[in-house]
Design a binder for this molecule. Structure first.
Ligand code: URA
Length: 421
């Protein structure tokens, strides 16, 4: 094949053959297709799309660019992936909960970029905790503890790493076949037998509309099924942050509250709902709500953190500077906008501007009231946490339209909008 012929074919709206797709992904990974050629092809895919067969083959080619983990584990393996949100710390209580119910959860995770937080950045606020594990360490911990949350190993879908960096700078991230194949190549290569997807929709999500999010969810489930991984998706609301905490250490603290039987109702609801889906795929007829209440999930959390060098009872980092955003008037809180709060937490130092930047573990936003609550003028609504008070004006600017107050209670929104199998 010649790269230019593959680009022309997609530019003109043709479906690519399986052979063309396998060749171009492999040649790009090896450096035989140039960055500018892949950039042109990614734009052609962005504009013309790919059908279900092309997307499944593209995903397979990205998996084959590296090695698949083979998980030699006694228990059924099942994982969860979220398409990314604000305050989305669900992995933290969910992995130990599902492990305490009898499954093995290999949760290979990423770092935050932009306004969405990264699970590894959150866990690194625990003193001593280590994200990088070898494949042997992952397998040993899955057998001993049942849950691992760690960084993706080097050999996992290298084509995606290269292509994602290219898409990031060529305006080709927001393409459903490219997003779906990117997510699923990493998740399938990880070797889990079952996968539950939490596809977010709303202001704080990649997919702003329910229609786009539903299409992404269907595409993800189709790819999983085509590759022999039992896959289910929940479509969930991301118009307002999940729980109260947005950031790093604050989200770990909230996850621990949930594991100890407390925590915000929405975080508990979504954790238990995703656990039910995962346990159904794993064939384990256990009630996760009972296991959460029993304290066994918290015990598993402590063992999971300790196994990676962390001290689960160590105090978490505290911010040097805290300021508050107050309610501008009396009424019912109608909006706490997820995107604005995510950007504010990012500006305060919880996220990074460039891939190589460090994050502040103590930075973030605490939402002191949820939509639907009655509030009084001057009541603190948001707490801004940072070690760099110079960042506060930019965070406040990001929050300009974040809060809405109405005379009557807003309509209650469902958190879980749909289930796709
Ligand atoms: N997350 C991914 O892993 N890949 C994408 O393309 C988008 C979100």
């Amino acid at each position: 094949f010649a790269a230019v012929d593959v680009i022309r074919a997609k530019r003109d709206g043709a479906a690519l053959s399986d052979e063309q797709i396998r060749w171009v992904v492999d040649a790009y990974t090896r450096g035989d297709v140039a960055e500018e050629q892949m950039a042109a092809l990614a734009m052609a895919v962005f504009l013309r799309g790919m059908d279900a067969r092309e997307t499944a083959t593209w995903t397979g080619a990205m998996i084959d660019s590296g090695s698949r983990l083979s998980l030699d584990v006694d228990r059924p393996t099942v994982d969860k992936h979220s398409t990314g949100g604000v305050g989305d710390k669900i992995t933290l209580p969910l992995a130990p909960l599902v492990a305490a119910c009898g499954a093995a959860v290999p949760q290979l995770s990423g770092r935050g970029l932009g306004h969405t937080g990264g699970t590894l950045d959150k866990l690194e606020s625990i003193p001593g905790w280590r994200a990088a594990l070898s494949v042997d360490e992952i397998v040993r911990q899955l057998n001993d503890v049942g849950a691992v949350v760690c960084a993706a190993t080097e050999g996992l879908a290298p084509a995606d790493r290269k292509l994602y960096a290219l898409r990031d700078v060529t305006g080709t991230v927001e393409s459903i076949p490219l997003i779906a194949s990117s997510i699923m190549s990493k998740k399938i290569a990880e070797g889990s037998a079952g996968l539950v997807l939490d596809v977010k929709t709303g202001s704080g999500a990649f997919m702003k509309s329910v229609e786009e999010a539903s299409e992404l969810a269907r595409t993800l489930v189709e790819i999983g099924t085509a590759h022999g991984v039992a896959t289910t998706a929940l479509l969930t609301d991301m118009n307002t942050p999940l729980g109260a905490a947005v950031g790093n250490a604050v989200e770990v603290a909230e996850a621990v509250e949930v594991l100890q039987g407390g925590g915000p109702a929405d975080v508990v609801e979504l954790t238990v709902a995703l656990a039910r889906e995962m346990l159904a795929l794993a064939g384990l007829p256990v009630d996760p709500a009972e296991v959460l209440a029993s304290g066994e999930a918290y015990e598993t959390w402590c063992r999971m953190i300790a196994a990676q060098g962390g001290d689960p009872s160590a105090p978490l980092p505290r911010p040097a500077h805290v300021s508050v955003v107050e309610a501008p008037s009396d009424g019912y809180l109608s909006v706490v906008d997820a995107y604005a709060v995510g950007v504010a937490a990012w500006r305060l130092g919880a996220g990074r501007a460039r891939k190589e930047d460090p994050v502040q573990h103590a930075a973030g936003v605490l939402c002191l009231a949820k939509p639907g609550e009655r509030v009084a003028k001057g009541q603190p609504l948001l707490e801004l946490h940072t070690n760099t008070p110079d960042a506060v004006p930019a965070a406040r600017e990001a929050l300009t339209d974040a809060i809405g107050i109405a005379d009557s209670p807003p309509e209650k929104r469902d958190l879980i909008l749909d289930r796709i199998t």
